[in-house]
Design a binder for this molecule. Structure first.
Ligand code: PLP
Length: 433
């Protein structure tokens, strides 16, 4: 049996059911490829982070990282769940505002924010702009002075910890395009500039140490480093940070082999480390912000594909082609991401075939799953790939001029189209003759 997350189950017809909706019916109604999001599962993840932070008695903000998956309905859901969101472009900011996010709950990130994007952010009164570099500081200085407004900012710093899955790497000098370097004194110089700028208020510091992280150690070292920056600024400049933002990156389960720590445990470890450092250095406990993206939406998402052609090369490989691929999920081709899945219309049938599930795009690298055991399949079967809710649709492309897939939200037996399928007309709508 494959991975079943959240409300996923199977009914007496042996069909995959998500959010109380039979996925074979969803395929009939909306077509495939189809992204299906289990809304109850998203709510549960969002509430889990919030509850844990509240129970640990720390003032907090859970800021969803929009780039994992964003659309009007998603922002509406975040607002319902009292989550903030971060955005990394004018387009994400526009969508968040249009989706009803309160501006004060929006954080603006990015290593090369355009002047026009910063202006949109300031004019929309976003809660925080996470400043990444000196160029941006200059732009913000000009903007706030020209408009005679105040803008809260945080400084993104690189604490010298890079975390990935089980390991983290300590790098003295940080080779990253993001944030102010600490060791060379850039972070402190940026702090001085913000403090001396009338239109800017310094809320605190931010770091983001990696993605798909399974173990807490990297975060603990990062907390230590972040707190030592704050300690220095307190001693040298009398500055006390209201907020410490530790970023996101909490790992999720893509396949049975993935064993991430539960999100709550990450949060617990981080809070304990912050509390420990604060009492050690007699520092007032700052508000703690986290920015989970993947860990809120990945497991809630399933992509439904229709099986088409098959090619069996004796003693070599059995290819099963589906009607989507790298255009709706670039992650396997981009960085070898691994996934699993099941037949949505015969979920508990015995696995008899060892196959590669591949897409329809004109690239040999368009392989969704290289090795998987599945029942024998015929054209028209429905293949459900699980844990596709993060960095799938948000990275979708129109390669080969394939229209982008549709996205539905399911909850309590009801389905709701939240992004319609692209049409051929949509595909030429930007073309000029
Ligand atoms: C991508 C990103 C996140 C979210 O990362 P996940 O791995 O999806 O949790 C959070 N903060 C920043 C600054 C990011 O760039």
């Amino acid at each position: 049996m494959s991975l079943l997350f959240g409300t996923a189950a199977f009914n007496e017809e042996d069909h995959l059911v998500i959010g109380g909706c039979d996925t074979t019916k969803l395929a009939e109604k909306y077509g495939t490829p189809l992204f299906i999001y289990d809304v109850a599962h998203i709510r549960e993840k969002a509430r889990g982070f919030k509850r844990t932070l509240d129970e640990l008695g720390v003032k907090n903000k859970v800021v969803y990282a929009s780039k994992a998956f964003g659309c009007l309905a998603m922002y509406k859901l975040l607002e319902e769940e009292n989550l903030g969101c971060d955005v990394v472009s004018g387009g994400e900011l526009y969508t968040a505002l249009k989706g009803g996010m309160s501006p004060e709950n929006i954080e603006f990130h990015g290593n090369n924010k355009l002047k026009s994007e910063l202006e949109l952010a300031v004019d929309s009164h976003v809660g925080t702009i996470v400043v990444d570099n000196f160029y941006e500081l200059e732009l913000l200085k000009e903007l706030t002075s020209a408009k005679n407004v105040e803008q809260a900012v945080m400084l993104r710093v690189t604490p010298g910890v890079n975390a990935e899955t089980h390991d983290y790497i300590l790098t003295g000098q940080v080779d990253s395009k993001f944030g102010f370097d600490v060791n060379s004194g850039q972070a402190t110089k940026a702090m001085d500039i913000v403090m001396a700028t009338k239109g800017l208020t310094l809320q605190g510091i931010h770091c983001h140490i990696g993605s798909q992280i399974f173990a807490p150690e990297g975060f603990l070292v990062a907390v230590e480093r972040m707190m030592s920056i704050l300690k220095e600024w307190k001693e040298d400049k009398g500055y006390i940070a209201p907020v410490l933002n530790m970023g996101g990156g909490f790992g999720i389960k893509y396949t049975e082999e993935d064993t991430p720590l539960e999100p709550e445990k990450f949060v617990q470890a981080i809070v304990e480390a912050v509390k420990g450092q604060c009492s050690l250095m007699d520092y007032p406990l700052p508000e703690l912000w986290i920015e989970p993206g993947r860990s809120i939406v990945a497991e809630a998402g399933t992509t439904l594909y229709t099986v088409g052609a098959q090619k069996i090369i004796p003693d070599v490989r059995h290819y099963v082609s589906v009607d989507g691929g790298m255009g709706d999920n670039i992650r396997p081709a981009l960085y070898g991401a691994e996934y699993t899945g099941m037949l949505a219309n015969r979920i508990s049938e015995e696995n008899k075939s060892h196959v590669a599930v591949v897409g329809k795009y004109c690239e040999s690298g368009d392989i969704l799953i290289k090795d998987i055991e599945l029942p024998e399949m015929v054209s028209g079967d429905l293949f459900a790939m699980v844990s596709t809710g993060a960095y799938g649709y948000s990275m979708a492309s129109n390669y080969n001029r394939n229209p982008k897939a549709a996205v539905v939200f399911v909850e309590d037996g009801k389905d709701r189209l939240v992004i319609r399928r692209e049409t051929y007309e949509d595909l030429v709508s930007l073309d000029c003759e």
